[in-house]
Each structure stands twice: as structure tokens, then as C-alpha cells.
Design a protein around this ligand. Structure first.
Ligand SMILES: C[S@@+](CC[C@H](N)C(=O)[O-])C[C@H]1O[C@@H](n2cnc3c(N)ncnc32)[C@H](O)[C@@H]1O
Length: 337
């Protein structure tokens, strides 16, 4: 594996040295037996990532990291329950996760520590996708170049969605940013080409048959010819129009920042094969675990929020899956006589 070569670095107050080896390595122990192809770890993801690195380095074809977005607020989960006595639906609100920070420097330090360890978990042909928003994506991109090496930057995917307009003297923010890094730029990446439908204007001009370029003796494209075979569409671009999880959607759990299954399906189908291992260190409501299970991938999710894990378990139970549950432990070495 080629180590990242020095490149432009991002500096911030209190950045500190490379956090790759911060003290004793934690371990994992089984808290509840279940299905080993689907694993759930409760605890701080930095400890859990380090424990996984000791157990299974370079094993995950895809790490999808959807951290808190530096919103500077506490996020709540909205629960709706039937009150048996009155027959009414009662709406309850419980804390889900805390996204308050002392400042951007603390946020970036926390993210960097996790990126450094998560990188070691990716297979040589695998990738890591970090999901952020435009408030921090420019910092995270430089940070990603630093941790992986600039040659490992693979794509910036813009997830464009529609939502209820907010009152703001600015353009509406209607996109998130997903930055994809490959583990090793010298290895052919694990990638399956996906397609999107042809534009109506393309179909009107060229029809729905596959086009083949006709080149001259010097290899220059001169014209296209149409072959009999139907076209699969146009290779998928890096701007994805996918709806957010609507309030009335069946998949909606009430967990704040829940991502749509369609987004994760696309990512997993492009970056992994059936049977591959997928890791989500910020599992939240368990969208990645659900999608991975449906697509026949093996998956590990980590979260420190009890509310998140409860929802994830419930969603997985709906698929007939009871995940193997683990927790992080620190073993203290017994003192010699
Ligand atoms: C943006 S949400 C993830 C949402 C998820 N992708 C979904 O579809 O529901 C971020 C999650 O990271 C978790 N988290 C934040 N810091 C953590 C930490 N240090 N260790 C473990 N989990 C953490 C939060 O509890 C929260 O559930």
C-alpha cells in the first residue's frame, strides 16, 4: 500500500500530531449474539474503529461516514406512540445526538482522527465516502487529500434534493456533498458502472440504440453510428437527484438527519459487490445497514446513541435480521506477581 505523499495541508489551532496511534488499542466483545453478517457496535466510533483496525485491517470495500454536520445544535428524535387509554397518537421528543462543538477546530480534529483510522480499514481496491454539507466540505476535501493523498481523491458527488423552502436572504441550500476517496490510487478501484436514462433530446436525435464512435486512422472521433443493441443509458454522473425522506415516506423513522435508502443503494451498488463488507461508523437510524442487508452485503454499523441503535434494531428486525451486537472494551494488562 502506497503511503500518502506530502501535499497541501490544512492547519487549525490545536490540530496536533497524526492521531494514528493514540494509546492502548481497545477490543470488541460480544454483547448479544446474532447474525454475524450484520454487526452493530455501541460506543464511541473512534474506539470502535481502532478495535476493528486491530481485528480486521484493510477489510471493508466501502466505508460510508455520515458524521454530524457541525450544525451546533442538539438533535432530537420524534417518537409517535399510540396511547392505549385515549386511543390518541402521542408525539414525544427524545435527544438523539449532540452536534455542538467548541469550534470548527474541535470538529475538524475529531473528524481527522476518525478518517485516519477508517482509512486503514478500507481494502486496497475499496473506497471511503464522507458525507458533509457545504459549510465544511471545502475543509474536509483538503483534509481528505491530506489523509489519503491527493491522488486518491475519486469523486465529489453532489446530492441534490428538494425540500420546503426556508426564509433566508440567500440561495436555498438544496445539496449535500459526498467526497469519495480510494484507498490506493495505484490499484484498479472496485467500481461498477451505473447508468441513468438518456435525455429526451438525445432519444429524439439518436433513438434508444447504443451509439458507437467511428474514428479515423489517427483515432479521432468523426461521427457516431448506431448499433442494434439497446443502450443501458448514459453513465451515471456525479450530481444525484434523490428525494429526501419525506414526512409521509414508509421508510421514515423520525430519526434526525436520516438519509434515503435510494442514496445508499446507489453508493453500495456502484462501490461494492455482493458479499463485500461495508462499514458505517455513524450508523444513525441504520440506513446503511438496512440497504446493505437488502443488497446482500455484510455490514458493520457503529453509533453511540441508544436512540439510534434502537431504531436500527427495529428496522433490521423488519428484515428478519438480528445483528450481532458488540461493545468496545479496554483490557488492562494484569500486573505481573
Ligand atoms: C448524521 S447522523 C447519521 C445518520 C444516518 N446516516 C442515517 O441515515 O440515519 C450522525 C450519527 O453519528 C453518531 N455519532 C456522532 N458522534 C459519534 C461518535 N463519536 N461515536 C459514535 N457515533 C457518533 C450520532 O449519534 C448520529 O447518529
Amino acid at each position: 500500500m502506497v503511503p500518502p505523499r506530502p501535499c497541501v495541508h490544512l492547519e487549525w489551532p490545536g490540530k496536533g500530531p497524526d492521531p494514528a496511534d493514540p494509546g492502548p488499542t481497545p477490543a470488541l466483545e460480544v454483547a448479544r449474539p446474532g447474525h454475524p453478517a450484520c454487526m452493530l457496535i455501541q460506543g464511541d466510533n473512534l474506539h470502535a474503529l481502532r478495535a476493528l483496525r486491530a481485528r480486521a485491517p484493510s477489510s471493508f470495500a466501502l466505508v460510508y461516514l455520515d458524521p454530524p454536520f457541525f450544525t451546533k445544535r442538539q438533535h432530537h428524535l420524534v417518537r409517535r406512540q399510540l396511547d392505549r387509554a385515549s386511543g390518541e397518537i402521542i408525539r414525544g421528543v427524545v435527544p438523539a445526538f449532540d452536534d455542538r462543538w467548541e469550534g470548527l477546530d474541535q470538529y475538524l480534529s475529531a473528524l481527522r482522527a476518525r478518517l485516519v483510522v477508517a482509512r486503514d480499514l478500507v481494502t486496497p481496491d475499496g473506497s471511503l465516502v464522507v458525507h458533509v454539507d457545504p459549510k465544511t466540505s471545502h475543509y474536509v476535501k483538503v483534509l481528505g487529500d491530506e489523509v489519503f493523498g491527493p491522488d486518491c481523491f475519486a469523486s465529489e458527488i453532489i446530492w441534490r434534493y428538494r425540500r420546503w423552502p426556508s426564509k433566508t436572504p440567500n440561495f436555498q441550500r438544496v445539496h449535500d456533498v459526498l467526497l469519495r476517496y480510494v484507498r490506493d490510487a495505484t490499484v484498479a478501484p472496485r467500481f461498477r458502472q451505473l447508468y441513468e436514462p438518456l435525455a429526451p433530446s438525445t432519444i429524439a436525435t439518436w433513438g434508444d440504440r447504443r451509439q458507437r464512435a467511428v474514428v479515423d486512422d489517427l483515432g479521432r472521433r468523426r461521427r457516431s453510428s448506431t448499433v442494434e443493441e439497446a443502450t443501458p443509458g448514459t453513465p451515471l454522473g456525479d450530481v444525484w437527484e434523490i428525494g429526501i425522506v419525506a414526512p409521509v415516506a414508509r421508510e421514515r423513522t423520525g430519526y434526525p438527519t436520516q438519509k434515503p435508502e435510494a442514496l445508499l443503494s446507489r453508493l453500495l451498488e456502484a462501490c461494492t459487490h455482493p458479499g463485500d463488507l461495508v462499514l458505517d461508523p455513524c450508523a444513525g437510524s441504520g440506513t446503511t445497514l438496512v440497504v446493505a442487508t437488502k443488497l446482500g452485503r455484510r455490514v458493520v454499523g457503529i453509533d453511540e446513541s441508544a436512540a439510534a441503535l434502537e431504531i436500527t434494531r427495529r428496522r433490521l428486525r423488519g428484515l428478519g435480521v438480528h445483528p450481532l451486537e458488540e461493545r468496545v472494551v479496554f483490557r488492562t494488562r494484569a500486573l505481573a506477581g
